[in-house]
Design a binder for this molecule. Structure first.
Ligand code: NAP
Length: 491
Protein backbone atom coordinates (compact mmCIF):
# COMPACT_ATOMS: atom_id res chain seq x y z
CA UNK A 1 0.00 0.00 0.00
CA UNK A 2 1.46 3.38 -0.91
CA UNK A 3 1.97 5.91 1.85
CA UNK A 4 -0.71 8.10 0.22
CA UNK A 5 -3.49 5.52 0.53
CA UNK A 6 -2.80 4.68 4.16
CA UNK A 7 -5.33 6.39 6.39
CA UNK A 8 -4.11 9.23 8.59
CA UNK A 9 -6.17 9.60 11.69
CA UNK A 10 -6.61 10.95 15.18
CA UNK A 11 -8.42 8.32 17.26
CA UNK A 12 -10.25 9.51 20.36
CA UNK A 13 -11.06 6.64 22.69
CA UNK A 14 -13.77 7.35 25.26
CA UNK A 15 -13.25 4.80 28.05
CA UNK A 16 -9.49 4.53 27.52
CA UNK A 17 -8.87 3.00 30.95
CA UNK A 18 -11.48 0.26 30.44
CA UNK A 19 -11.33 -3.41 29.64
CA UNK A 20 -12.23 -3.25 25.95
CA UNK A 21 -9.68 -0.56 25.18
CA UNK A 22 -6.93 -2.53 26.88
CA UNK A 23 -7.75 -5.99 25.60
CA UNK A 24 -8.81 -5.18 22.06
CA UNK A 25 -8.23 -1.65 20.88
CA UNK A 26 -4.57 -0.99 21.75
CA UNK A 27 -3.34 -4.33 20.36
CA UNK A 28 -5.41 -3.75 17.20
CA UNK A 29 -4.02 -0.25 16.67
CA UNK A 30 -0.52 -1.63 17.23
CA UNK A 31 -1.01 -4.23 14.49
CA UNK A 32 -2.42 -1.66 12.08
CA UNK A 33 0.61 0.57 12.61
CA UNK A 34 3.18 -2.17 12.80
CA UNK A 35 1.94 -3.87 9.61
CA UNK A 36 2.01 -0.53 7.83
CA UNK A 37 -1.74 -0.67 7.17
CA UNK A 38 -2.26 2.85 8.47
CA UNK A 39 0.00 5.85 8.20
CA UNK A 40 2.63 6.72 10.77
CA UNK A 41 0.75 10.05 10.89
CA UNK A 42 -1.58 8.92 13.63
CA UNK A 43 -2.25 9.82 17.24
CA UNK A 44 -4.55 8.48 19.92
CA UNK A 45 -6.23 10.47 22.66
CA UNK A 46 -7.27 8.39 25.66
CA UNK A 47 -10.23 9.78 27.57
CA UNK A 48 -11.53 8.65 30.98
CA UNK A 49 -11.98 10.13 34.45
CA UNK A 50 -8.94 8.57 36.09
CA UNK A 51 -6.16 11.06 36.76
CA UNK A 52 -3.54 9.40 34.63
CA UNK A 53 -0.53 11.15 33.11
CA UNK A 54 0.64 10.54 29.55
CA UNK A 55 3.38 8.33 30.99
CA UNK A 56 0.98 6.11 32.94
CA UNK A 57 -1.29 5.86 29.91
CA UNK A 58 1.59 4.88 27.64
CA UNK A 59 2.79 2.26 30.10
CA UNK A 60 -0.69 0.76 30.10
CA UNK A 61 -0.87 0.79 26.32
CA UNK A 62 2.56 -0.86 26.02
CA UNK A 63 1.61 -3.47 28.61
CA UNK A 64 -1.60 -4.40 26.85
CA UNK A 65 0.19 -4.74 23.50
CA UNK A 66 2.93 -6.84 25.10
CA UNK A 67 0.28 -9.01 26.68
CA UNK A 68 -1.35 -9.62 23.29
CA UNK A 69 1.89 -10.05 21.30
CA UNK A 70 4.87 -11.22 23.27
CA UNK A 71 7.31 -10.35 20.51
CA UNK A 72 6.01 -6.80 20.05
CA UNK A 73 8.85 -4.34 19.51
CA UNK A 74 9.24 -0.57 19.12
CA UNK A 75 6.65 -0.17 21.85
CA UNK A 76 8.10 3.04 23.20
CA UNK A 77 7.95 4.70 19.81
CA UNK A 78 4.41 3.36 19.24
CA UNK A 79 3.16 4.47 22.66
CA UNK A 80 4.62 7.96 22.20
CA UNK A 81 1.67 8.65 19.83
CA UNK A 82 -0.77 8.14 22.74
CA UNK A 83 -1.94 11.12 24.80
CA UNK A 84 -4.15 11.04 27.85
CA UNK A 85 -6.81 13.58 28.75
CA UNK A 86 -8.60 13.18 32.05
CA UNK A 87 -12.18 13.74 31.15
CA UNK A 88 -15.71 13.39 32.50
CA UNK A 89 -18.05 12.94 29.55
CA UNK A 90 -20.86 14.68 31.38
CA UNK A 91 -18.95 17.98 31.84
CA UNK A 92 -18.93 20.67 29.16
CA UNK A 93 -15.55 22.07 30.16
CA UNK A 94 -13.98 18.72 29.36
CA UNK A 95 -14.98 19.08 25.69
CA UNK A 96 -13.69 22.64 25.52
CA UNK A 97 -10.29 21.49 26.80
CA UNK A 98 -10.35 18.49 24.51
CA UNK A 99 -10.94 20.62 21.45
CA UNK A 100 -7.72 22.53 22.15
CA UNK A 101 -5.78 19.30 22.56
CA UNK A 102 -7.21 17.90 19.33
CA UNK A 103 -5.99 20.93 17.34
CA UNK A 104 -2.53 20.72 18.88
CA UNK A 105 -2.23 17.02 18.05
CA UNK A 106 -3.53 17.48 14.54
CA UNK A 107 -0.77 20.00 13.90
CA UNK A 108 1.84 17.81 15.55
CA UNK A 109 0.93 14.56 13.76
CA UNK A 110 -0.48 15.87 10.47
CA UNK A 111 -3.57 13.64 10.68
CA UNK A 112 -5.41 15.48 7.87
CA UNK A 113 -8.24 16.51 10.19
CA UNK A 114 -9.63 12.96 10.25
CA UNK A 115 -11.24 12.16 13.59
CA UNK A 116 -12.45 8.78 14.75
CA UNK A 117 -14.45 8.88 17.97
CA UNK A 118 -14.58 5.44 19.57
CA UNK A 119 -17.16 5.10 22.34
CA UNK A 120 -15.80 2.24 24.48
CA UNK A 121 -18.04 3.15 27.40
CA UNK A 122 -21.36 2.26 28.93
CA UNK A 123 -24.18 2.89 26.42
CA UNK A 124 -26.01 5.33 28.70
CA UNK A 125 -23.38 7.92 27.70
CA UNK A 126 -23.51 7.41 23.92
CA UNK A 127 -26.22 9.97 23.14
CA UNK A 128 -24.77 12.62 25.42
CA UNK A 129 -21.24 12.26 24.04
CA UNK A 130 -22.40 12.41 20.41
CA UNK A 131 -24.32 15.61 21.08
CA UNK A 132 -21.60 17.28 23.08
CA UNK A 133 -19.07 16.53 20.36
CA UNK A 134 -21.26 18.39 17.92
CA UNK A 135 -22.15 21.21 20.30
CA UNK A 136 -18.50 21.91 21.08
CA UNK A 137 -17.41 22.00 17.47
CA UNK A 138 -15.48 18.74 17.47
CA UNK A 139 -17.17 17.70 14.25
CA UNK A 140 -15.91 20.80 12.46
CA UNK A 141 -12.79 19.74 10.68
CA UNK A 142 -11.27 19.68 7.20
CA UNK A 143 -11.23 15.85 7.24
CA UNK A 144 -13.88 13.27 8.10
CA UNK A 145 -15.50 12.52 11.46
CA UNK A 146 -16.77 9.04 12.28
CA UNK A 147 -18.29 7.55 15.39
CA UNK A 148 -17.82 3.93 16.45
CA UNK A 149 -20.36 2.69 18.95
CA UNK A 150 -20.02 -0.44 21.01
CA UNK A 151 -22.81 -2.83 21.79
CA UNK A 152 -25.37 -3.02 23.27
CA UNK A 153 -27.35 -0.69 21.01
CA UNK A 154 -30.40 -0.38 23.21
CA UNK A 155 -32.18 -2.79 25.51
CA UNK A 156 -35.25 -3.22 23.31
CA UNK A 157 -36.70 -1.54 20.23
CA UNK A 158 -37.99 1.51 22.11
CA UNK A 159 -34.67 2.26 23.84
CA UNK A 160 -32.72 1.57 20.64
CA UNK A 161 -34.93 4.08 18.80
CA UNK A 162 -34.39 6.66 21.49
CA UNK A 163 -30.63 6.14 21.41
CA UNK A 164 -30.57 6.28 17.65
CA UNK A 165 -32.46 9.52 17.46
CA UNK A 166 -30.06 11.11 19.96
CA UNK A 167 -27.03 10.02 17.98
CA UNK A 168 -28.58 10.93 14.64
CA UNK A 169 -29.14 14.47 15.95
CA UNK A 170 -25.37 14.86 15.86
CA UNK A 171 -24.06 12.35 13.29
CA UNK A 172 -25.37 11.26 9.89
CA UNK A 173 -26.10 7.56 9.35
CA UNK A 174 -23.03 7.22 7.12
CA UNK A 175 -20.83 8.60 9.92
CA UNK A 176 -22.11 6.07 12.47
CA UNK A 177 -20.35 2.71 12.72
CA UNK A 178 -22.25 0.34 15.02
CA UNK A 179 -19.87 -2.42 15.96
CA UNK A 180 -20.84 -6.04 15.81
CA UNK A 181 -17.45 -7.63 16.23
CA UNK A 182 -18.67 -10.91 14.75
CA UNK A 183 -18.83 -9.09 11.42
CA UNK A 184 -15.10 -8.47 11.68
CA UNK A 185 -14.30 -12.17 12.01
CA UNK A 186 -12.57 -13.74 9.03
CA UNK A 187 -14.94 -16.66 8.68
CA UNK A 188 -18.08 -14.58 9.10
CA UNK A 189 -16.86 -12.41 6.23
CA UNK A 190 -16.15 -15.64 4.39
CA UNK A 191 -19.81 -16.74 4.45
CA UNK A 192 -20.48 -14.39 1.57
CA UNK A 193 -17.44 -15.56 -0.38
CA UNK A 194 -18.14 -19.27 0.13
CA UNK A 195 -21.69 -18.74 -1.07
CA UNK A 196 -21.27 -16.35 -3.92
CA UNK A 197 -17.90 -17.38 -5.32
CA UNK A 198 -18.74 -21.11 -5.64
CA UNK A 199 -21.19 -22.37 -8.23
CA UNK A 200 -21.51 -25.71 -6.47
CA UNK A 201 -22.98 -24.07 -3.40
CA UNK A 202 -24.98 -21.14 -4.65
CA UNK A 203 -27.09 -23.30 -6.98
CA UNK A 204 -28.02 -25.53 -4.06
CA UNK A 205 -28.50 -22.72 -1.55
CA UNK A 206 -32.27 -22.85 -1.19
CA UNK A 207 -35.22 -24.83 0.12
CA UNK A 208 -35.03 -27.42 -2.67
CA UNK A 209 -31.68 -28.72 -1.49
CA UNK A 210 -31.12 -27.57 2.09
CA UNK A 211 -33.12 -29.22 4.86
CA UNK A 212 -32.02 -26.99 7.74
CA UNK A 213 -29.28 -24.66 8.94
CA UNK A 214 -27.82 -24.73 12.44
CA UNK A 215 -25.82 -21.96 14.09
CA UNK A 216 -24.14 -22.63 17.42
CA UNK A 217 -22.16 -20.18 19.50
CA UNK A 218 -21.21 -21.81 22.77
CA UNK A 219 -18.92 -20.67 25.54
CA UNK A 220 -17.38 -22.64 28.39
CA UNK A 221 -16.95 -19.50 30.47
CA UNK A 222 -19.57 -18.40 32.94
CA UNK A 223 -20.57 -14.85 33.64
CA UNK A 224 -17.09 -13.91 35.00
CA UNK A 225 -16.94 -10.37 36.35
CA UNK A 226 -19.59 -9.04 33.96
CA UNK A 227 -22.53 -10.12 36.12
CA UNK A 228 -24.06 -6.66 36.39
CA UNK A 229 -24.16 -6.12 32.66
CA UNK A 230 -24.99 -9.72 31.81
CA UNK A 231 -27.81 -10.18 34.27
CA UNK A 232 -29.54 -7.16 32.83
CA UNK A 233 -29.07 -8.43 29.33
CA UNK A 234 -29.17 -12.24 29.14
CA UNK A 235 -28.19 -14.44 26.23
CA UNK A 236 -30.89 -13.27 23.85
CA UNK A 237 -29.89 -9.61 24.02
CA UNK A 238 -26.18 -10.28 24.37
CA UNK A 239 -25.85 -12.75 21.50
CA UNK A 240 -29.01 -13.29 19.46
CA UNK A 241 -30.22 -9.76 18.72
CA UNK A 242 -26.88 -8.91 17.13
CA UNK A 243 -24.36 -11.66 16.32
CA UNK A 244 -26.67 -14.61 15.66
CA UNK A 245 -29.18 -12.67 13.58
CA UNK A 246 -26.34 -11.11 11.59
CA UNK A 247 -25.09 -14.60 10.74
CA UNK A 248 -28.62 -15.64 9.74
CA UNK A 249 -28.83 -12.61 7.46
CA UNK A 250 -25.51 -13.40 5.77
CA UNK A 251 -26.49 -17.02 5.25
CA UNK A 252 -29.91 -16.22 3.87
CA UNK A 253 -29.43 -13.04 1.83
CA UNK A 254 -29.76 -12.88 -1.94
CA UNK A 255 -26.58 -12.27 -3.93
CA UNK A 256 -25.92 -8.51 -3.99
CA UNK A 257 -25.73 -6.93 -7.44
CA UNK A 258 -22.45 -5.25 -6.42
CA UNK A 259 -20.07 -5.68 -3.52
CA UNK A 260 -20.90 -2.27 -2.10
CA UNK A 261 -21.97 -1.39 1.42
CA UNK A 262 -25.43 -0.29 0.32
CA UNK A 263 -26.13 -3.33 -1.81
CA UNK A 264 -24.97 -5.84 0.78
CA UNK A 265 -26.76 -4.13 3.62
CA UNK A 266 -29.96 -3.85 1.65
CA UNK A 267 -29.95 -7.61 0.99
CA UNK A 268 -29.41 -8.32 4.68
CA UNK A 269 -32.21 -5.96 5.61
CA UNK A 270 -34.58 -7.86 3.29
CA UNK A 271 -33.82 -11.09 5.16
CA UNK A 272 -34.56 -9.49 8.51
CA UNK A 273 -37.81 -8.13 7.08
CA UNK A 274 -38.74 -11.66 5.99
CA UNK A 275 -37.98 -13.14 9.42
CA UNK A 276 -41.26 -14.62 10.64
CA UNK A 277 -42.61 -12.73 13.63
CA UNK A 278 -43.82 -15.09 16.32
CA UNK A 279 -47.13 -14.93 18.10
CA UNK A 280 -47.04 -15.81 21.83
CA UNK A 281 -47.86 -19.50 21.28
CA UNK A 282 -45.17 -19.82 18.67
CA UNK A 283 -42.64 -18.34 21.08
CA UNK A 284 -43.13 -21.39 23.32
CA UNK A 285 -42.84 -23.75 20.39
CA UNK A 286 -39.89 -22.07 18.72
CA UNK A 287 -37.74 -20.78 21.55
CA UNK A 288 -36.11 -22.38 24.57
CA UNK A 289 -34.36 -20.49 27.34
CA UNK A 290 -32.06 -21.91 29.95
CA UNK A 291 -29.86 -21.06 32.89
CA UNK A 292 -26.92 -23.16 34.02
CA UNK A 293 -26.75 -24.96 37.32
CA UNK A 294 -23.55 -26.36 38.77
CA UNK A 295 -21.56 -28.91 36.83
CA UNK A 296 -18.17 -29.80 35.48
CA UNK A 297 -16.12 -28.12 32.80
CA UNK A 298 -12.95 -29.87 31.65
CA UNK A 299 -12.83 -31.92 34.84
CA UNK A 300 -13.34 -28.95 37.16
CA UNK A 301 -16.43 -28.36 39.25
CA UNK A 302 -18.13 -25.04 38.65
CA UNK A 303 -21.02 -23.34 40.44
CA UNK A 304 -24.38 -22.52 38.95
CA UNK A 305 -25.25 -19.04 37.64
CA UNK A 306 -27.20 -18.11 40.76
CA UNK A 307 -24.14 -18.87 42.88
CA UNK A 308 -21.73 -16.81 40.79
CA UNK A 309 -22.37 -13.70 42.89
CA UNK A 310 -24.66 -12.50 45.65
CA UNK A 311 -26.83 -10.39 43.40
CA UNK A 312 -27.62 -13.36 41.14
CA UNK A 313 -29.21 -15.56 43.81
CA UNK A 314 -32.76 -14.95 42.57
CA UNK A 315 -31.91 -14.25 38.97
CA UNK A 316 -34.19 -15.45 36.19
CA UNK A 317 -31.88 -14.28 33.43
CA UNK A 318 -31.30 -16.77 30.65
CA UNK A 319 -27.73 -17.88 29.99
CA UNK A 320 -28.82 -20.08 27.10
CA UNK A 321 -31.17 -19.65 24.15
CA UNK A 322 -32.11 -21.97 21.34
CA UNK A 323 -34.55 -21.03 18.64
CA UNK A 324 -36.13 -22.09 15.38
CA UNK A 325 -36.46 -19.29 12.87
CA UNK A 326 -38.20 -19.14 9.52
CA UNK A 327 -37.54 -16.75 6.70
CA UNK A 328 -40.70 -16.33 4.72
CA UNK A 329 -39.46 -15.76 1.23
CA UNK A 330 -39.24 -17.70 -2.00
CA UNK A 331 -35.78 -19.11 -1.34
CA UNK A 332 -36.23 -20.23 2.25
CA UNK A 333 -39.90 -21.11 2.71
CA UNK A 334 -40.07 -24.16 4.99
CA UNK A 335 -36.37 -24.32 5.94
CA UNK A 336 -35.77 -24.00 9.69
CA UNK A 337 -32.78 -21.99 10.83
CA UNK A 338 -31.84 -23.28 14.27
CA UNK A 339 -29.74 -21.12 16.54
CA UNK A 340 -28.32 -21.82 19.98
CA UNK A 341 -25.97 -19.93 22.22
CA UNK A 342 -25.05 -20.17 25.85
CA UNK A 343 -22.56 -19.91 28.64
CA UNK A 344 -20.91 -22.73 30.58
CA UNK A 345 -21.47 -25.18 27.78
CA UNK A 346 -19.38 -28.20 26.91
CA UNK A 347 -17.21 -26.58 24.27
CA UNK A 348 -16.18 -23.13 23.16
CA UNK A 349 -17.01 -22.79 19.50
CA UNK A 350 -18.96 -20.88 16.95
CA UNK A 351 -19.95 -22.84 13.88
CA UNK A 352 -22.58 -23.05 11.18
CA UNK A 353 -23.84 -26.37 9.83
CA UNK A 354 -25.72 -26.45 6.54
CA UNK A 355 -27.53 -29.76 6.21
CA UNK A 356 -28.43 -30.75 2.66
CA UNK A 357 -31.46 -32.85 1.84
CA UNK A 358 -30.77 -36.48 1.21
CA UNK A 359 -31.40 -38.09 -2.17
CA UNK A 360 -34.74 -39.90 -2.45
CA UNK A 361 -33.34 -43.43 -2.49
CA UNK A 362 -29.90 -43.94 -1.03
CA UNK A 363 -29.01 -47.55 -1.79
CA UNK A 364 -25.63 -47.33 -0.13
CA UNK A 365 -26.89 -47.34 3.43
CA UNK A 366 -28.66 -50.32 4.93
CA UNK A 367 -30.84 -48.35 7.27
CA UNK A 368 -32.19 -44.88 7.65
CA UNK A 369 -30.12 -44.47 10.83
CA UNK A 370 -26.82 -45.04 9.06
CA UNK A 371 -27.52 -42.44 6.43
CA UNK A 372 -25.44 -39.32 6.68
CA UNK A 373 -26.63 -36.24 4.83
CA UNK A 374 -24.11 -33.98 3.14
CA UNK A 375 -23.06 -31.22 5.48
CA UNK A 376 -21.17 -28.02 4.93
CA UNK A 377 -19.67 -26.78 8.18
CA UNK A 378 -18.28 -23.29 8.57
CA UNK A 379 -16.09 -23.01 11.65
CA UNK A 380 -16.03 -19.41 12.83
CA UNK A 381 -14.01 -19.64 16.06
CA UNK A 382 -11.72 -20.72 17.65
CA UNK A 383 -11.13 -22.96 14.61
CA UNK A 384 -11.45 -21.04 11.38
CA UNK A 385 -12.22 -23.13 8.36
CA UNK A 386 -14.70 -25.11 6.33
CA UNK A 387 -15.49 -28.80 6.12
CA UNK A 388 -17.63 -30.64 3.63
CA UNK A 389 -19.01 -34.06 4.56
CA UNK A 390 -19.63 -36.38 1.62
CA UNK A 391 -20.35 -40.09 1.38
CA UNK A 392 -17.78 -42.36 -0.23
CA UNK A 393 -16.44 -45.86 -0.05
CA UNK A 394 -13.38 -46.02 2.15
CA UNK A 395 -10.59 -48.37 1.08
CA UNK A 396 -10.68 -51.64 2.98
CA UNK A 397 -14.05 -50.89 4.59
CA UNK A 398 -16.95 -53.35 4.52
CA UNK A 399 -19.49 -50.55 4.33
CA UNK A 400 -20.83 -49.53 0.92
CA UNK A 401 -20.51 -45.88 1.89
CA UNK A 402 -19.28 -43.83 4.82
CA UNK A 403 -19.08 -40.13 5.52
CA UNK A 404 -15.72 -38.57 4.67
CA UNK A 405 -14.60 -35.07 5.53
CA UNK A 406 -12.91 -32.61 3.16
CA UNK A 407 -11.62 -29.79 5.24
CA UNK A 408 -9.70 -26.57 5.12
CA UNK A 409 -8.45 -25.09 8.35
CA UNK A 410 -7.46 -21.49 7.90
CA UNK A 411 -5.69 -20.92 11.21
CA UNK A 412 -3.61 -24.09 10.86
CA UNK A 413 -2.40 -23.06 7.40
CA UNK A 414 -1.65 -19.44 8.21
CA UNK A 415 0.37 -19.86 11.38
CA UNK A 416 0.53 -16.10 11.89
CA UNK A 417 -2.42 -14.79 13.83
CA UNK A 418 -5.29 -13.93 11.55
CA UNK A 419 -6.18 -10.29 12.10
CA UNK A 420 -8.39 -9.66 15.07
CA UNK A 421 -11.94 -8.65 14.31
CA UNK A 422 -11.36 -5.25 15.92
CA UNK A 423 -8.30 -4.63 13.78
CA UNK A 424 -10.25 -5.17 10.58
CA UNK A 425 -13.19 -3.13 11.76
CA UNK A 426 -11.07 -0.19 12.89
CA UNK A 427 -9.41 -0.15 9.50
CA UNK A 428 -12.74 -0.42 7.65
CA UNK A 429 -14.01 2.56 9.59
CA UNK A 430 -10.89 4.58 8.72
CA UNK A 431 -11.42 3.94 5.01
CA UNK A 432 -15.15 4.65 5.34
CA UNK A 433 -16.30 1.09 4.58
CA UNK A 434 -19.41 0.43 6.66
CA UNK A 435 -20.24 -2.96 5.11
CA UNK A 436 -19.31 -4.88 8.24
CA UNK A 437 -21.11 -2.57 10.64
CA UNK A 438 -24.82 -2.69 11.34
CA UNK A 439 -27.18 -0.24 9.71
CA UNK A 440 -29.94 1.20 11.86
CA UNK A 441 -32.60 -0.71 9.89
CA UNK A 442 -30.91 -3.99 10.79
CA UNK A 443 -30.77 -3.02 14.46
CA UNK A 444 -34.44 -2.01 14.49
CA UNK A 445 -35.69 -5.14 12.71
CA UNK A 446 -33.64 -7.40 14.99
CA UNK A 447 -35.02 -5.73 18.10
CA UNK A 448 -38.57 -6.02 16.79
CA UNK A 449 -38.10 -9.78 16.50
CA UNK A 450 -36.39 -10.12 19.90
CA UNK A 451 -39.01 -7.97 21.64
CA UNK A 452 -41.74 -10.39 20.54
CA UNK A 453 -39.94 -13.17 22.43
CA UNK A 454 -39.01 -11.11 25.47
CA UNK A 455 -42.59 -9.89 25.84
CA UNK A 456 -43.76 -13.47 26.29
CA UNK A 457 -40.88 -14.51 28.53
CA UNK A 458 -41.31 -11.63 30.94
CA UNK A 459 -44.86 -12.77 31.75
CA UNK A 460 -43.75 -16.25 32.84
CA UNK A 461 -41.45 -17.44 35.57
CA UNK A 462 -38.89 -19.85 34.13
CA UNK A 463 -37.97 -23.08 35.84
CA UNK A 464 -34.27 -22.37 36.32
CA UNK A 465 -31.63 -23.79 36.52
CA UNK A 466 -32.44 -26.24 33.76
CA UNK A 467 -29.09 -27.33 32.36
CA UNK A 468 -25.87 -28.52 33.90
CA UNK A 469 -22.72 -26.54 33.38
CA UNK A 470 -20.60 -28.52 30.92
CA UNK A 471 -23.59 -29.76 28.89
CA UNK A 472 -24.94 -28.53 25.57
CA UNK A 473 -27.95 -26.84 27.15
CA UNK A 474 -31.43 -27.96 28.22
CA UNK A 475 -33.02 -31.08 26.79
CA UNK A 476 -35.73 -28.96 25.19
CA UNK A 477 -33.16 -27.51 22.83
CA UNK A 478 -32.71 -30.98 21.27
CA UNK A 479 -36.46 -31.48 21.09
CA UNK A 480 -36.75 -28.33 19.03
CA UNK A 481 -35.00 -30.18 16.21
CA UNK A 482 -36.39 -33.63 16.91
CA UNK A 483 -39.89 -32.32 16.21
CA UNK A 484 -38.79 -31.92 12.61
CA UNK A 485 -36.71 -35.09 12.42
CA UNK A 486 -33.34 -33.34 12.85
CA UNK A 487 -30.67 -33.19 15.53
CA UNK A 488 -27.85 -30.85 16.42
CA UNK A 489 -24.72 -31.86 14.59
CA UNK A 490 -21.68 -32.08 16.86
CA UNK A 491 -19.13 -32.06 14.03
P1 NAP B 1 -15.27 -0.79 31.49
O1 NAP B 1 -14.08 -1.65 31.65
O2 NAP B 1 -16.23 -0.66 32.61
O3 NAP B 1 -14.76 0.65 31.07
C1 NAP B 1 -15.58 1.79 31.09
C2 NAP B 1 -14.74 3.01 30.79
O4 NAP B 1 -15.54 4.17 30.87
C3 NAP B 1 -13.58 3.21 31.74
O5 NAP B 1 -12.46 3.61 30.99
C4 NAP B 1 -14.06 4.35 32.64
O6 NAP B 1 -12.94 5.03 33.09
C5 NAP B 1 -14.86 5.17 31.64
N1 NAP B 1 -15.88 6.04 32.25
C6 NAP B 1 -16.93 5.69 33.03
N2 NAP B 1 -17.65 6.77 33.36
C7 NAP B 1 -17.05 7.84 32.77
C8 NAP B 1 -17.32 9.24 32.72
N3 NAP B 1 -18.38 9.79 33.35
N4 NAP B 1 -16.50 10.02 32.00
C9 NAP B 1 -15.44 9.50 31.34
N5 NAP B 1 -15.12 8.20 31.36
C10 NAP B 1 -15.91 7.38 32.06
O7 NAP B 1 -16.14 -1.24 30.22
P2 NAP B 1 -15.67 -2.10 28.97
O8 NAP B 1 -15.77 -3.55 29.32
O9 NAP B 1 -14.39 -1.59 28.45
O10 NAP B 1 -16.86 -1.83 27.93
C11 NAP B 1 -17.00 -0.61 27.23
C12 NAP B 1 -18.11 -0.75 26.18
O11 NAP B 1 -17.78 -1.83 25.30
C13 NAP B 1 -19.48 -1.12 26.75
O12 NAP B 1 -20.46 -0.55 25.93
C14 NAP B 1 -19.53 -2.65 26.60
O13 NAP B 1 -20.84 -3.15 26.53
C15 NAP B 1 -18.80 -2.80 25.28
N6 NAP B 1 -18.21 -4.11 25.08
C16 NAP B 1 -17.21 -4.56 25.89
C17 NAP B 1 -16.63 -5.80 25.65
C18 NAP B 1 -15.48 -6.31 26.50
O14 NAP B 1 -14.93 -7.36 26.15
N7 NAP B 1 -15.08 -5.63 27.55
C19 NAP B 1 -17.08 -6.58 24.60
C20 NAP B 1 -18.09 -6.10 23.79
C21 NAP B 1 -18.64 -4.86 24.04
P3 NAP B 1 -12.84 5.86 34.46
O15 NAP B 1 -13.40 4.98 35.53
O16 NAP B 1 -11.37 6.12 34.60
O17 NAP B 1 -13.62 7.08 34.20
Amino acid sequence: MSEQTKPKVLILIFGATGDLAKRKLYPSIYRLVNNGTISQDFAVVGLARRQWTNEVFRENVAESVQHAFEDADDLEQFASHFHYHSFDVTKDQAYIDMEKLVHELEDQYDTAGNRLFYLAMAPEFFGQIANKLKEHGLKETSGWTRLIIEKPFGHDLASAKELNSKIRAAFDEDEIFRIDHYLGKQMVQNIEVIRFANGIFEHLWNNRFISNIQITSSETLGVEDRSRYYDDSGAIRDMVQNHMLQMVALLAMEPPIKLTTDEIRSEKIKVLRALRQLNPNEVHEHFVRGQYGSGEIKGESVVGYRNESEDLVFSNTETFVAGKLFIDNYRWAGVPFYIRTGKRMKAKETKIVIEFKDIPMNLYFKSERERHPNLLVIHIQPDEGIALYLNAKKAGSEALAEPIELSYNQNAIHSINTPEAYEKLLYDCMIGDATNFTHWDEVALSWKFIDSILNVWKEELPNFPNYDAGSMGPEKSSQLLQQNGFHWWEV
